[in-house]
Design a protein around this ligand. Structure first.
Ligand code: DQA
Length: 144
């Protein structure tokens, strides 16, 4: 079985983008740690990033029948996108929402998530380890 790791807008800049908030690890580093963590749970990983809302919706739709679940960092679309929330509801796959930063410690516009009410679990503020935790949680839920 496999897990889709999906990253939204600006996460391609990880490592150079506001490192005091998001850390120094790159998205390639995140991909590596995800592959290692998933393998430990017996899962394969597909890794995708897009800056485009529609492409993220397509990636969620295309996960149906291909992946057992999704670890999703929707970036700023978290706080704006009803369409992404509808896609998460619509695909009937468990989706774990991950944010590197503790969004609740930050600006008030980051406190609301359209994704959280439809997510299987939510992990915030754990940095890149959040992806590990997300994979472990999905593996736990899928094999329970
Ligand atoms: C983020 C938090 C969002 O508020 C922000 O827009 C991002 C990254 C995080 O991983 O902490 O792009 O999703």
């Amino acid at each position: 079985a496999s897990i889709l790791i999906l990253n939204g807008p600006n996460l391609n800049l990880l490592g150079t983008r506001e490192p005091e908030i998001y850390g120094h690890e790159s998205l390639a580093d995140v991909e590596q740690l995800c592959r290692t963590e998933a393998a430990q749970h017996g899962f394969d990983v597909a890794f995708e990033q897009s800056n485009h809302e529609g492409a993220l919706i397509d990636a969620l739709h295309n996960a149906r029948g291909v992946h057992a679940g999704v670890v999703f960092n929707p970036g700023a679309y978290t706080h704006t996108s009803i369409a992404l929330a509808d896609a998460v509801s619509g695909i009937q796959l468990p989706v774990v929402e991950v944010h590197l930063s503790n969004v609740h410690q930050r600006e008030s516009f980051r406190h609301h998530s359209y994704i959280s009410p439809v997510a299987a679990a939510v992990i915030v503020g754990a940095g890149t380890n959040g992806y590990r935790l997300g994979i472990a949680q999905l593996a736990h839920a899928l094999t329970a």
